[in-house]
Write a protein that binds this ligand. Structure first.
Ligand code: SAH
Length: 345
C-alpha cells in the first residue's frame, strides 16, 4: 500500500529518515495529514520545499473529492457521494444526534457478500478501499460541516472484516492522538458475521463496538436472505461473539432488519430472544429499506412493536433504529446506484 495517507507514524518516520531528514518531520507530516487534514503538500509550510517536492514525486497525494451532497430537510442528515482517483464512487452519511455527529463510512466499492435485501452488493465487489480512502470520508465531511465528528460507524457499503488489516489500520489512524483522536469505543464495525475475523479482532483486544448483521433467528431463514449463512452457522457466530465479549468486555449489537413475512413473526422474535438470552448484547431493529431491485418490504409498525415487546419481555435490550434522511434515499448503496444509473453507465 503506497498511498501516504494510509501510513502510520513509524512508516512515515522510516520514509522521512530515508531521505536523510530528521525523524520529527514525520510527526509534522502526520499532523498535516491527520490532524489538520490537509492533503496538499504545497500547504505544508513547515516542511522544506525540497522535501515537499520529493514527497510529491514519490508519494503523490490522491485526494478524494466530494461529488454530490444531498441534505435532508427533515433531520439534517447529509448523504455524500465521493469520487476517488480511479473515478469509482462511494457513499457516506453524516447523521446528527444530540450526543454529536456520526459518520457512516463505506469500506469497499460494492460488496461480494450477496445479501438479498441489500443494494450495495447488486454489482458485486469492485475493490476494497485503502485506509486513506476510509479516512478521507471522515475528514472531508468534517471540513465540509466545519464541526467535529465524534462517532464513526463502518456500516456503509462493503464488508469491513473481509480485509481486517486495512480496516484496523483505518481504526488506528483515526484513533491517533496526533490525528483526530476518535476513541475506539466511538467506532462501530458492522459485519455480516465472518467468524475467524471476529476471533482475530478479539485477539487484537479491539475496543470497537462490534455489530453483527444477524437478520434471522435460524440458519434456514438466514440462508434464504444471506449467502454467508451457508458458510457460518448462527451458533458459530454467537460463540465468536461470546469470545469477543470475554476478551474485550464490550457489548455486542445485533442488527435485525425486519422484512415483512420473512423474519418478523412472533415465533421469530421468541426464537431470537432464546438464542441471545444471557448474552451481553443489544438488538437494533430496523424495518428493511425497500430496494427497487429487491423483493423485500419493511414490516409494518404494529408488527415491529410486537417483535420488540417479545424481545424486551425476554430480557433482551432492544431498540428501534430511528430512520434518518428518509427523504434523501435510503439504504446503503442505493444513492450510488441511482447516481451511476442516471449518469448512464
Ligand atoms: N457488510 C457489513 C456492513 C455493511 S451493511 C454488514 O453486513 O454488516 C450495513 C447494515 O445495513 C447491515 O446490517 C446490513 O444488513 C444493512 N442493510 C443492507 N441493506 C439494507 C436494507 N435494504 N434495509 C435495511 N438494512 C440494510
Amino acid at each position: 500500500m503506497n498511498d501516504i495517507q494510509s501510513k502510520d507514524l513509524i512508516e512515515l518516520e522510516n520514509l522521512i529518515t530515508a531521505y536523510g531528514e530528521s525523524k520529527f518531520r514525520a510527526k509534522q507530516l502526520f499532523e498535516w495529514l491527520h490532524q489538520k487534514m490537509i492533503w496538499d503538500y504545497s500547504e505544508m509550510t513547515n516542511l522544506s520545499q525540497g522535501l515537499r517536492e520529493k514527497l510529491n514525486k514519490d508519494y503523490p497525494l490522491n485526494p478524494v473529492k466530494i461529488l454530490k451532497k444531498y441534505i435532508s430537510e427533515v433531520d439534517g442528515t447529509i448523504k455524500y457521494l465521493f469520487e476517488m482517483q480511479d473515478s469509482h464512487i462511494i457513499e457516506s452519511v453524516l447523521m446528527r444526534y444530540k450526543h454529536g455527529n456520526s459518520v457512516c463510512i463505506s469500506s469497499q466499492v460494492g460488496c461480494r457478500m450477496g445479501c438479498r435485501f441489500c443494494a450495495s452488493t447488486l454489482e458485486g465487489l469492485i475493490r476494497t478501499l485503502t485506509p486513506g480512502e476510509m479516512l478521507a470520508q471522515v475528514y472531508l465531511i468534517q471540513q465540509d460541516i466545519k464541526e467535529r465528528v465524534s462517532n464513526i460507524v463502518i456500516m456503509g457499503s462493503g464488508e469491513p472484516l473481509e480485509n481486517l488489516d486495512l480496516t484496523m489500520r483505518f481504526v488506528h489512524l483515526i484513533n491517533s492522538p496526533l490525528g483526530q483522536n476518535i476513541g475506539q469505543r466511538h467506532i462501530t464495525l458492522s459485519t455480516c458475521g465472518l467468524v475467524p475475523q471476529i476471533y482475530e479482532l478479539a485477539d487484537q483486544m479491539s475496543q470497537v463496538t462490534l455489530a453483527i448483521s444477524l437478520h434471522a433467528p435460524t440458519d434456514e431463514k438466514r440462508k434464504s436472505i444471506m449467502p454467508i449463512a451457508n458458510k457460518y452457522t448462527i451458533t458459530e457466530i454467537l460463540q465468536a461473539c461470546q469470545y469477543y465479549i470475554q476478551k474485550t468486555g464490550r457489548r455486542i449489537t445485533f442488527e435485525y432488519a425486519l422484512m415483512s413475512g420473512q423474519n418478523d413473526t412472533s415465533e421469530d422474535a421468541r426464537c431470537l430472544g432464546e438464542r441471545l438470552r444471557g448474552m451481553l448484547c443489544h438488538v437494533n431493529l430496523i424495518p428493511v429499506n425497500k430496494v427497487e431491485e429487491r423483493a423485500y418490504q419493511g414490516s409494518d409498525a404494529p408488527r415491529i412493536e410486537k417483535f420488540m415487546d417479545i424481545l424486551n419481555a425476554q430480557g433482551i435490550q432492544t431498540t428501534l433504529r430511528r430512520k434518518l434522511g428518509a427523504d434523501i434515499d435510503a439504504a446503503c448503496g442505493q444513492l450510488r446506484n441511482r447516481y451511476i444509473k442516471e449518469r448512464g453507465e
